[in-house]
Design a protein around this ligand. Structure first.
Ligand code: GLU
Length: 443
């Protein structure tokens, strides 16, 4: 049997990570088996299925490298097949016309007739699942306006597309008992099922946008790499056995099996994902990192296009290993501005302290006396200024950092000064020195 699986999103807005994780698992399963990974857009909700929502699905898949086989199937084009299946069910007595709640004014609908027996199916992840006949009532398959509902459209399309395995979220388990009954009523082969564990937050509740980034587009905007998100989501509910955190796409394809998908909920941990992203970023060849940063910034961080290109390359080289998200690039701005913005709180806490002004003057003069600006030489100047001011070692690192960059965190201050160069560093130190003098007079 050659494997045919599908991702069947309802395009109703942005693409939630739970949905795209289902796409990833289907893709891994198909690629592992050398089968087909198909795409079906379940766009029968004409109000919510906008062209933008469809595009969001296609973009998310393309970005994550989830290439699909064959032409995508748009469910809205399959209406004749859905209607034909309903006709057949009506003829064989497996469906009947009626009114909801016996109220004729609500209009006539079509009900599917459940077989009246317990329903059971084998789930590749959850094992054998059973539901009592008494808990499975007949249900509507065609609304009073003539439109088929999800259940019939979903099953008829799976039959039409020759789907062998339905891999989807475990929120669909209740539907599956009904779907199995429809497959059987249509004399079709029931596909194999695999219901994926829900993605939950730290409290064990379904992970939603209230918990942080929840849509593929959000992760992309924040500067997660597609490879890192793919890697993280493929391990969210699946484990290849070894305790692997970082895994290439090729390895994941080679190792993926449904047997190793966990049945319990999978907890989303943004910190772990961010850490993984920083690993991917730091392991990139510098030229690839630079290219990625520039591509990200092109539409999101406008000042980068104007920035001195040579300095930008060097800054990227210095900060690559400290970058956790591509969005961090905006914080590099201080390298390029004549007068970088200053964090006033940091200024108050580090610069407006007795003796700091004198120390900064010593640092400025010490730097001016250097024949060449190297990190080691800058360090020597700072140590000498500390000794002269009766300060312990490294006490001046933060004041100098705030004076020069305006903020309290960043790469090594010695490296930063070397990158900025003598003249820019001097201008910034002078500005801080003047600022302290003015404020001290006022106070
Ligand atoms: N459109 C449904 C969903 O997104 C399809 C579920 C499925 O059968 O995969 O939940």
């Amino acid at each position: 049997m050659s494997v045919r699986v599908r991702f069947a999103p309802s395009p109703t807005g942005q693409v939630h990570i739970g949905n795209i994780r289902a796409a990833i698992f289907n893709w891994l399963f198909a690629r592992h088996a050398g089968g087909k990974f198909l795409l079906r857009i379940e766009d029968t909700d004409r109000e919510r299925s906008t062209p933008e929502a469809v595009q969001a699905v296609l973009d998310a898949m393309t970005w994550l490298g989830l290439d699909w086989d064959e032409q995508p199937v748009y469910q809205s084009t399959q209406l004749p097949q859905h209607q034909a299946a309903v006709e057949r069910l009506l003829q064989t007595g497996r469906a009947y016309r009626g009114c909801k709640g016996d109220d004729p004014s609500s209009g006539e609908v079509v009900f599917f007739r459940m077989p009246g027996t317990d329903m059971t199916f084998h789930d590749e992840i959850k094992g054998t699942l059973v539901k009592k006949a008494g808990d499975l009532k007949d249900f509507v398959i065609v609304r009073s306006d003539g439109s088929p509902v999800f259940h019939i459209a979903n099953v008829v399309d799976d039959i039409g597309m020759g789907i062998t395995h339905v891999i989807r979220g475990d929120d669909h388990i209740e539907n599956t008992y009904r779907h199995v009954a429809i497959f059987q009523a249509l004399d079709a082969t029931v596909p194999n099922y695999a219901h994926l564990p829900m993605i939950v937050n730290a409290q064990g509740k379904p992970y939603s946008k209230r918990d942080g980034a929840a849509f593929v587009g959000d992760f992309r905007e924040q500067g997660f790499l597609a490879e890192a998100l793919f890697n993280y989501l493929s391990l969210l509910g699946w484990s290849p056995g070894q305790d692997l955190e970082k895994m290439s796409r090729t390895e994941a394809v080679a190792l993926f099996t449904l047997e190793r998908v966990k049945s319990g909920p999978a907890q989303m941990d943004l910190r772990k994902l961010t850490h993984l992203n920083s690993l991917y970023l730091s392991e990139m060849p510098p030229s690839a990192f630079l290219q990625t940063v520039r591509a990200y910034a092109a539409t999101r961080v406008p000042w980068v296009a104007e920035a001195d290109a040579e300095l930008f390359d060097r800054v990227a080289g210095l900060l690559q290993s400290r970058t956790t998200l591509l969005a961090n690039v905006d914080a590099w701005r201080y390298f390029f501005e004549d007068q970088p913005a200053q964090d006033e709180d940091a200024v108050k806490k580090t610069l407006h302290k007795p003796g700091v002004r004198e120390s900064l003057i010593r640092v400025r003069d010490g730097l001016a006396a250097l024949p060449t600006l190297t990190a080691a030489a800058v360090e020597t100047v700072l140590r000498a200024a500390e000794t002269a001011g009766g300060l312990s070692a490294n006490k001046l690192n933060q004041p100098v950092r705030v004076a020069v960059t305006g903020v309290t965190i960043g790469a090594s201050i010695y490296d930063i000064i070397v990158l900025l160069g003598a003249s820019r560093t001097r201008t910034r130190l002078d500005r801080a020195i003047a600022k302290i003098a003015v404020t001290n007079q006022v106070v």
